[in-house]
Design a protein around this ligand. Structure first.
Ligand SMILES: Cc1cc2nc3c(=O)[nH]c(=O)nc-3n(C[C@H](O)[C@H](O)[C@H](O)COP(=O)(O)OP(=O)(O)OC[C@H]3O[C@@H](n4cnc5c(N)ncnc54)[C@H](O)[C@@H]3O)c2cc1C
Length: 389
């Protein structure tokens, strides 16, 4: 195998594949490695994205779209619900296919893509990251590069090897558990959000349809609130109540970083992108689109650094600055809103559902929804970013 590249990208999730494609498109030699034997599998995701968010990167294709969503249904703790039609539209992805599509685009752009290839350490010379020790199908190889992009997800090790502090505090990790279920009585274009301390303390439960009668049914519980039961126990109870008749075809669980983004995202010869840098939205736990944004930005900055022949942290800091300007500031705002949102009581949420239920579907705008909630009780408007972002 080749042992010299301009850029090595570690992790073929959305962040890594977009980063690799961005750099390869400019003609630089790129290696994208993935430790799993199959890209996109197993999935640890509820697979929801907004149409707007994803449109910056890829045109929609039925192959990787499991469902199109145009109704958000909010369930309050007392069981009442309110449906908001047409205001926010999104997809439930088929991430197995989606992630492979992104990786194959990187390959088509010229990147070498290798699965069952595990980064096991970094080559650091004079304080600069100069390459990656990898295990490829059991064989140890040292591959050198000018830039390494660590896109190795929430359990990231790579950036830590380079001395960056990426370890999230326990209170900043939400725990998500999800079933893939079939034989459900659901509406295929309706995404359900269930808010109640008794259902998912510090988080929410979701039902995201994946076509007729099938859905991702899951919940996340907050790392910063006490909860007497495990996330799985909460999910079991939710499912037994919401879908007494059901079939579970798959189960997935994972940590979701919902704290602030890491402060230092670069060092000499290395950048961190996606979940590895805690780029998820702290309020919603969504991270796919942000991972793609981070991958694109990191790729663009790597290109500039290679063009001027300077991959020092001073040059790579352009990535940190641009991230903070374009995305980071709003994530900081969402982080603050999250604190306030967690202060809402079940009674507040019941009130929000009853206010929203009175809105008719015609001429609904985000502003109208916001103003209706705000007039009823200003703190209820916190629901807007929680469900629409
Ligand atoms: C239960 C749950 C539900 C979620 N639901 C949603 C949702 O509905 N919408 C949304 O937007 N986000 C959701 N998320 C978050 C979303 O899945 C992540 O934000 C997104 O996958 C981040 O992309 P990434 O490329 O940064 O990392 P990942 O997709 O995690 O990719 C990282 C890759 O790096 C590989 N890797 C790790 N270490 C190494 C190594 N040493 N060598 C080689 N490869 C390595 C991993 O195998 C992995 O494939 C959810 C998360 C969870 C846990």
């Amino acid at each position: 195998m080749e042992t010299e590249y301009a850029v090595i990208v570690i992790g073929a999730g959305p962040a890594g594949s977009i980063a690799a494609a961005t750099v390869a498109e400019k003609g630089f030699k790129v290696l994208l490695i993935e430790k799993r034997q199959e890209i996109g599998s197993p999935i640890r995701c509820a697979e929801a994205v907004t149409k707007e968010g994803i449109s910056e990167f890829i045109d929609p294709e039925t192959r990787w779209i499991a469902a199109e969503i145009n109704v958000l249904r909010l369930y309050a703790p007392n069981g009442s619900s309110a449906s908001i039609r047409g205001l926010a539209t999104g997809y439930i992805l088929e991430r197995k296919i989606f992630d492979r599509e992104l990786a194959s685009r990187a390959a088509n752009a010229g990147a070498d893509v290798m699965v069952r290839t595990h980064a096991t350490g970094l080559l650091v010379e004079g304080g600069k990251v100069r390459g990656v020790h990898i295990n490829h199908l059991g064989e140890e190889v040292l591959v050198t590069s000018h830039v390494v992009i660590a896109a190795d997800g929430v359990e990231s090790q790579v950036a830590r090897w380079a001395g960056l502090d990426t370890l999230p505090k326990l209170r900043h990790i939400d725990t998500g558990v999800q079933y893939l279920m079939s034989d459900l009585e659901i509406e295929p274009q309706v995404a359900e959000f269930h808010f109640a301390r008794g259902i998912a303390p510090g988080g929410y439960a979701w039902v995201f349809p994946k076509g007729e009668r099938m859905a991702n049914v899951g919940l996340a519980i907050g790392g910063n609130v006490s909860h007497p039961k495990t996330a799985h126990r909460y999910l079991r109870e939710f499912v037994d109540k919401r879908f007494p008749r059901n079939a579970i075809l798959g189960i997935t669980a994972g940590g979701i970083p919902t704290g602030a983004t890491i402060r230092k995202m670069v060092t000499d010869g290395l950048m961190v992108a996606g979940d590895a840098a805690h780029h998820t939205n702290p309020l919603t736990g969504g991270g796919i689109v942000n991972a793609m944004k981070a991958g694109k930005l990191a790729g663009a900055v790597a290109i500039k650094a290679l063009e001027i022949g300077d991959c020092s942290k001073e040059t790579l800091r352009a990535y940190e600055r641009e991230w903070r300007r374009s995305v980071g500031k709003s994530l900081e705002r969402f982080y603050r809103i999250k604190g306030a949102f967690l202060g809402l009581t079940d009674r507040d949420l019941n009130e929000a559902a009853s206010v929203l239920a009175k809105l008719d579907g015609k001429d609904l705008t985000l502003r109208r929804v916001f103003m209706t909630l705000f007039k009823s009780n200003p703190k209820l408007s916190l629901l807007i970013p929680r469900i629409f972002v």
